[in-house]
Design a protein around this ligand. Structure first.
Ligand code: 1PR
Length: 496
C-alpha cells in the first residue's frame, strides 16, 4: 500500500473499482481491500472492507502459513452446489502469508460479500471474497495447479456462480493445511557442460568406479522435464538447487534462468531456486547484490530463493556484532523487498559426536543412534560450499539468527542422511522445530513413502522433501501422497 500510495495509484484504483470494472486481487491484493493491517497500522488500505487484518498466532503452528489449504464457500450464504469463480470445496489452493482476515460468521455477508474460508490451526480466515465487480483471493491461483487456473479462467470469463460438476464428499472437503511434499532437483553442469539433474550420496555426486568416487557427474535427467513430471505426479512444490554455483558467478548462469522460465510455463506450483544467492561481482567486474540476483530469479519464475553458504556467514557476523541487524545482508534485503516467505535458508549440517555436552560450547542433543565410539551426544555443525567446509557454528545458532533476520522458511538437509534411503533425521528436525516458529522442510534420507509418514507423525515438520527416491523412479510423488492419505493424513492430489 505504501508503494501504491507513493506512486499515486491509490485513487485511480479506487476510481476503477467504483466504475464497476472487473478487479481481481491476489494475496496482498486481497489484503489491500481491507481498512488496515496489524502488519503496519499506520498504513491505510483501500478500505472497501471495514476490517483489520491480523497476524496468525504462532503458539500452535508455524507462521507464515505456507502450503495448500481450502477455499470453501459452502455454508457461507451459498449452497455447496454452486461454485464461486470456479472454486471447489474439494480443491486445495496454495497460500503463503503471515497476516489474514479472521472470519466472523455473517459479518462480511451482511455487507454483500460472498466469502470462501479456510482454517489454519484453530483460526478460520478469509480465503477469497467477491462482491459485484471485485474478486480477491488470499491464495495464489497462479500457483495452485489446475484448481487455480480454473479460478483465473472463471474470473476472465466473468462466470461468478456456476453449478459444481458434482457434489463433493465430506472426506474430500476436509479443511486445513495439507501435508506438503516437495520434489528437489539438484542441478549442476556435467563434464560436457550441460545442466543436468544429479544426486549425491552424502553430497558426493560423482559415479563410483567400484573402489572410489571420482567418476563422471551422475546424470539423472533434464531439469525442465523432470520438474514437469513431478508436478504431474502431484508435487506441492519443486525446488532447484544449483549445487556448484559457489564456483561460478550466478549472473553468468543464464541456463538456470532459462530452466526457471521454461519450467514456469507448464508447472503451476511454487518454484524455489537455490545456489549462489549472495553479493557477488560479475565477470566484467560489476558488483551485483544478492537482491539483484534474487530479482532475476523471481522475474524468471521463481517464487522463493534459497540461501545456503551466505546465510551461515551472515549469521556468524550477526553474533559477532552482538546480535545486531545491519539491514544489509542478503536475507534482510531480499525479505524486506519480497517478504519473508520468499527467503528460504538451506541448511547443510553434519553430525559431530561428543561423549558429553560439557565438552563443547555447542547445543547438543542426546541421540538414539550413538557415534562410532559409542558417543551418546551430538551437535549439528553448519557447513558451507556444499558441505566442503565445516564451521565452528551449530544449527541452533544458525536457525535462530536467520529467523531474526527475516527468513521465512528452513530447508533442513542433513549430510549424514543425504542419499542413504534410511529415513529423515528426526532428532535434528525436532530440535530445530523446537527453536523457531517459521516453517521447516525436512530433507535428506527419504527412501520410501513410509519415511514421509514417519516424519509427519514423529515431528511437527511443515513439509518433507525427497530427491533420490523420485529420480531413481523407485516411487512417484503420487505413491507417497496415496500412502499418506491411506494413513489418514490430509494431502492434496493432482487435478487434471
Ligand atoms: O551455498 O547458497 O550456494 O547453495 C548451494 C546449495 O546447493 C545448498 O542448498 C546446498 O544444500 C546444495 N548443495 C551443494 N552441494 C550439494 C551436493 O549434493 N554436493 N546438494 C548440494 C544438497 C541436498 C538436498 C537433497 C536432499 C534429499 N542436496 O538438496 O536433495 O538431501 O536427498 P535424498 O532425498 O536423495 O536423500 P549456496
Amino acid at each position: 500500500m505504501t508503494q501504491l500510495a507513493s506512486a499515486g495509484y491509490v485513487e485511480p484504483i479506487q476510481k476503477y473499482i467504483k466504475a464497476g470494472k472487473p478487479f481481481m486481487g491476489i494475496c496482498v491484493g486481497l489484503q489491500a481491500l481491507f481498512e488496515g493491517s496489524e502488519e503496519d497500522p499506520r498504513v491505510p488500505g483501500l478500505g472497501l472492507i471495514p476490517e483489520q487484518l491480523k497476524k496468525f498466532q504462532d503458539g500452535d503452528k508455524s507462521v507464515p502459513q505456507i502450503g495448500w489449504n481450502s477455499a470453501n464457500t459452502s455454508g457461507k450464504g451459498k449452497v455447496a452446489e454452486e461454485s464461486l469463480y470456479g472454486l471447489r470445496p474439494s480443491s486445495k489452493y496454495y497460500y503463503v502469508h503471515s497476516y489474514a482476515a479472521p472470519y466472523r460468521e455473517g459479518e462480511l455477508e451482511k455487507a454483500g460479500w460472498s466469502v470462501a474460508t479456510a482454517r489454519y490451526g484453530e483460526e478460520e480466515f478469509v480465503g477469497a471474497v467477491a462482491r459485484d465487480n471485485v474478486f480477491a483471493t488470499q491464495f495464489h491461483p497462479e500457483k495452485s495447479g489446475a484448481a487455480g487456473l480454473r479460478v483465473i479462467k472463471a474470473f476472465l470469463d466473468g462466470k461468478k456462480w456456476e453449478k459444481l460438476p458434482e457434489v463433493p464428499s465430506a472426506a474430500s472437503t476436509k479443511e486445513g493445511l495439507t501435508r506438503r511434499v516437495i520434489a528437489c532437483l539438484d542441478v549442476r553442469t556435467n563434464d560436457q557442460g550441460d545442466l543436468v539433474v544429479t544426486k549425491g550420496d552424502q553430497y558426493d555426486v560423482r559415479e563410483k568406479d567400484g573402489i572410489s568416487s571420482g567418476g563422471a557427474v551422475r546424470n539423472l535427467g533434464k531439469p525442465v522435464d523432470m520438474a514437469r513430471k513431478y508436478y504431474e505426479q502431484g508435487a506441492d512444490e519443486v525446488t532447484f538447487l544449483n549445487i556448484t554455483s559457489f564456483r561460478n558467478c550466478p549472473v553468468a548462469d543464464t541456463p538456470m534462468l532459462e530452466i526457471l522460465r521454461r519450467t514456469s510455463e507448464t508447472v503451476f506450483v511454487p518454484l524455489t531456486i537455490g545456489g549462489g544467492i549472495r553479493d557477488t561481482v560479475d565477470t566484467d567486474g560489476t558488483a551485483i547484490s544478492a537482491l539483484d540476483i534474487a530479482t532475476m530469479y523471481f522475474k524468471s519464475g521463481a517464487d522463493k530463493v534459497s540461501i545456503g553458504s551466505d546465510a551461515v556467514t551472515a549469521a556468524e557476523a550477526y553474533y559477532a556484532a552482538g546480535k545486531k541487524l545491519t539491514g544489509k545482508t542478503a536475507i534482510e534485503s531480499i525479505s524486506s523487498a519480497y517478504g519473508n516467505q520468499a527467503v528460504v535458508i538451506s541448511v547443510d549440517p553434519r553430525r559431530v559426536y561428543v561423549s558429553s555436552p560439557s565438552v563443547t560450547p555447542h547445543h547438543t542433543i542426546k541421540t538414539s543412534t550413538p557415534g562410532p565410539n559409542g558417543e551418546e551426544y551430538c551437535w549439528y555443525q553448519c557447513t558451507i560450499k556444499g558441505g566442503r567446509e565445516g564451521r565452528d557454528f551449530d544449527v541452533r545458532q544458525l536457525v535462530t539468527a536467520v529467523e531474526a533476520m527475516g527468513a521465512g522458511e528452513i530447508l533442513l538437509n542433513c549430510i549424514d542422511k543425504d542419499g542413504t534411503n534410511s529415513g529423515f533425521d528426526l532428532e535434528l528436525i525436532n530440535d530445530v522445530k523446537e527453536a523457531i516458529s517459521i516453517p521447516v522442510i525436512a530433507s535428506s534420507g527419504a527412501g520410501n513413502p513410509g519415511h514421509f509418514e514417519e516424519v509427519f507423525e514423529k515431528t511437527s515438520t511443515d513439509a518433507a522433501l525427497g530427491a533420490g527416491m523420485f529420480h531413481r523412479q523407485e516411487y512417484t510423488v503420487k505413491q507417497v501422497k496415496d500412502f499418506l492419505q491411506n494413513k489418514g493424513l490430509l494431502v492434496r492430489q493432482f487435478e487434471e
